[in-house]
Design a protein around this ligand. Sequence first.
Ligand code: HEM
Length: 315
Amino acid sequence: MAQPSTTWAEVIGDDEQQRHEDFAKVITGLQSRINDRKGPGRAFHRRGVAALTGRLTVPGGLPQHAAQGLFAQPGEYDVVIRLSNGSMVPQADAVPDIRGFAFSVRGLDGEAALGGTTDRQDFLLINWPSFGFRDSRDFAELVPAAAKGQKALAQHLIAKHGVVAGPLEMLKQAAGMARPFTGFATSDFHSCAPVAWGPYAAHVHLSPIGARRNLLAWRDWGTDVASRIQAGPLRWRVEAQFYTDPEATPIEDGRTPWSATKQSVAVLEADALADPDAVANDHFDPWSALVEHRPLGEIMRARKAAYFPSVANRA
Ligand code: HEM
């Protein structure tokens, strides 16, 4: 079996910083148009479904490659969680969508990925096993059409791929959106993009522990979560999936899930509802990170340019 390796490398394009800044402007332009109609909100993942608090418990005895950064020592940390629907426009829970799971580990005091120090380590995950785009260029092509709705998205895909392949691409997108989702308490979530893990690199996953399905959860994801928490804490296993080699675990390509074994590194527990306004006004960002968990790859570098302007545009 392939072993975790420290031989990963980023490949940074000459033009990408400008491209990322241009894409960030497109995103905030679309966000402003939606703000005008709906009031200020996030550029993506606008609709918050639930805001929770809890803790992250890091066990002792992790193998050397896993015992890095936040996971180097056993410990218990306060956590704030925001669950969301991914769309740029707020829409009903029953509408197929990407689902977001952002959690922020608090009370830290460490060197930050962006320089200086940080008191938090954020992880942003979705219910898709992969981001589905090679890089931010492919994603950027789709965003303006997706912001206008399904019809504009179909027209864009037909223009790009032709009348035969276009509808197939549309079906692929729709199949991704319509991926069976059973609720936030009972679904797996994935970072889809890598972060450093000390000298190693890893994708992060969440896997629910012991939650039973509620067949009516789709009516209101937030009510499902809130009623479960009244009955007792929700728990997820936090897993790291380590870089092994460029083919199985590519750093610069977000199209397919990594194929490498997962190592359990912590347990995340949510046991109370948080103040929804405070969490809505907070900003979760993969770059709110310890230097040991610096985001890696082009998709992450594009996110460095996009999150701050989105936050400023909803203040
Ligand atoms: C080039 C790729 C991407 C861009 C440009 C992008 C951009 C953004 C922006 C602008 C926001 C709103 C920020 C705010 O106002 O707080 C956001 C939110 C979010 N993104 Fe991304 N994103 C990208 C990829 C991803 C990926 C790969 C994931 C996870 C697998 C992800 C997960 C999330 C989540 C969960 C939120 C909601 C965070 C919250 O609840 O506050 N994004 N994204």
